[in-house]
Design a protein around this ligand. Structure first.
Ligand code: ZN
Length: 277
């Protein structure tokens, strides 16, 4: 599933094609994409709109349109945006012709992706603030915030990291990679990390995300760039999806566990398992 680095990669690739352009013609063929709004209503509202900017918050790609309107696109499991793709694309859900002649296609085999049109900055802020905690790589994301937020919580720290209301944009890949970098076991209760561990984890989350952005995302599933190419961060994973392979730090085989229903990869020598109390 695309996480912060994958969505940021798409944003950087798409922004120069969208910013300042008009959406000339919009066809939405999957009613599920725009729920609860009808696809024809959203298509009619988008047609003729000019894109002023392309922003990102967590895993949301935000099309900033004229008239203070905002289209929040979430790729979920298998959504992808492709520019000038040739031939017939299976699983096409929407097709957008831009004023400069380029064509943007939204494909989504599993159809969990969403597009939500909001009609003011206030609506956008209310929608996102209700769902998303602080954005990593900004000043509001601090070790002190994490410790305060996690105080008293017995849920595993990995589940805490994956909850978008605590931290925006981190998913399964970057949670595993960050916990390994910080030498914290994913099953450690969130409320029992020391402040030094929160400091290490805050830094590790940012390092893992920046490494992912620098590699233009990870393609272990359907994630594709605007031109259909794959990201390369999967070639640099320290532990994620590397069960049985040696830990890059100590050589002990990486173990796969299940934490909160998610496949989780850990080196239990570098990331000691919490003792039972
Ligand atoms: Zn190790």
């Amino acid at each position: 599933m695309p996480e912060l680095p994958e969505v940021e990669t798409i944003r950087r690739q798409l922004a120069p094609h969208l910013e300042g352009r008009r959406l000339e013609r919009v066809e939405i063929s999957d009613p599920r994409w725009t729920l609860p709004a009808a696809p024809a209503t959203v298509a009619a509202a988008l047609e003729g709109a000019t894109v002023n900017g392309l922003a990102r918050r967590g895993k949301y790609l935000i099309w900033e349109l004229d008239g203070d309107r905002h289209l929040l696109v979430h790729l979920r499991m298998t959504g992808a945006l492709l520019l000038d793709a040739t031939g017939t694309l299976p699983h096409t859900r929407a097709r957008i012709e831009l004023s400069d002649g380029h064509v943007l296609t939204y494909v989504d085999p599993r159809r969990f992706g969403t597009a939500l049109l909001l009609s003011s900055s206030a609506e956008r802020a209310a929608y996102l603030d209700a769902r998303l905690g602080p954005e990593p790589l900004t000043a509001e994301f601090t070790a002190a915030y994490l410790r305060r937020r996690a105080a008293g919580r017995s849920a595993p720290v990995k589940s805490f990291i994956l909850d978008q209301r605590n931290i925006a944009g981190v998913g399964n890949i970057y949670a595993d990679e960050a916990l390994h970098r910080a030498r914290v076991h994913p099953l450690r209760p969130a409320g029992r990390l020391t402040f030094a561990q929160w400091r290490a984890l805050k830094q590790a989350i940012e390092e893992a995300l920046v490494a992912g952005i620098d590699a233009k995302g990870a393609s272990i599933d359907d994630f594709r760039h605007l031109d259909g190419a794959r990201g390369s961060f999967q070639d640099s994973f320290l532990v994620h999806t590397r069960a049985g392979q040696p830990c890059p730090g100590c050589g002990q085989p990486v173990r796969k566990l299940v934490v909160g229903g998610r496949g989780t990869y850990v080196c239990e020598r570098c990331q000691p398992r919490p003792r039972r109390r």
